[in-house]
Design a protein around this ligand. Structure first.
Ligand code: HPA
Length: 267
């Protein structure tokens, strides 16, 4: 049975309590440990009709709602990707539910390939803008004029400043850059990487952009950080694989967790 976002929010409040959520967090491949630090209720996506039932290993399909460093948070331990079923709007119901729970802000993380020599694996990149190279959009089919979402300020200036300050305070380098969304699930060819780099992207990945577009549609403030797991195909000799991504996410995950904790703790 399909449930509306309001009904899902009621169910979540019944389980986790009525305190309005402030922040949503969507954690990428191998980056989900923060959810374990939350004092609260974990609800499997399988209990939430309309939430995606993710199949990518390294993702943890539960929503954790509770308290983290003085903030009420909802952590999505898994995201659905466009490449799973060809539906760019798979995260629409979760994000609408987040909005219905009272959230104002969404922080996203992902694993990404780097297109820049000064941004090697293990580094973090604060996304300041994106390029949608996937040839689709999660708002296709939305019937109202709300679909014409402006994206000039998609990545919130205040959140970016806060995350930048948090990284500085932790002594962690946080580069800034443009993230290119490609559909996947195959990795890119060396020629694609050269082309994307020439067109102004700094990192490449298979997620985040549809969620950013949906979150802006629902009026959430958004910030996103990439943990660089590899150089883009052809820029180094490493062999790319999902295993490789997950293994290399560990270095970035530790830094990412420190930046997010400092950001929440100071906010
Ligand atoms: N390309 C696309 N997605 C990715 C990559 C990459 O090189 N690394 C991690 N996610």
């Amino acid at each position: 049975m399909l449930m509306t976002a309001e009904e899902l929010a009621d169910l979540i409040r019944f389980r986790a309590g009525n305190t309005p959520v402030e922040f949503g967090l969507i954690l990428g491949s191998g980056l989900g440990h923060l959810a374990d630090a939350v004092e609260g209720e974990a609800i499997g996506y399988s209990e939430l009709a309309g939430f995606p039932q993710p199949g990518v290993s390294g993702h943890n399909p539960k929503l954790v709602v509770g308290d983290l460093l003085g903030h009420r948070v909802a952590i999505f331990g898994a995201r659905a990707h466009y490449y799973e079923h060809g539906n760019a709007a798979e995260m629409r119901v979760p994000l609408e539910t987040l909005k219905a729970l009272g959230a104002k802000r969404l922080l996203l993380t992902n694993a990404a390939g780097s297109l820049r020599d000064d941004l090697p694996p293990g580094e973090l990149m604060l996304i300041t803008d994106h390029i949608n190279f996937a040839g689709t959009n999660p708002l296709i089919g939305e019937a109202t004029d709300k679909r014409f979402v402006p994206l000039g300020d998609a990545y919130d200036a205040g959140m970016r400043d806060g995350l930048g300050a948090a990284a500085r305070d932790e002594g962690i380098a946080l580069s800034k850059g443009t993230y290119a969304w490609l559909s996947g699930p195959s990795f890119e060819t060396p020629a694609e990487i050269r082309a994307i780099r020439m067109l102004g992207a700094d990192a490449v990945g298979m997620s985040t952009v549809p969620e950013v577009i949906l979150a802006r549609f629902f009026g959430l403030e958004v910030a996103a950080i990439s943990a660089i797991t590899n150089m883009g195909e052809g820029l180094s000799d490493e062999k790319l694989s999902h295993e490789h991504t997950k293994q290399n996410a560990v270095a970035g995950a530790e830094k990412l967790e420190r930046v997010i904790r400092r950001y929440l703790g100071d906010g």
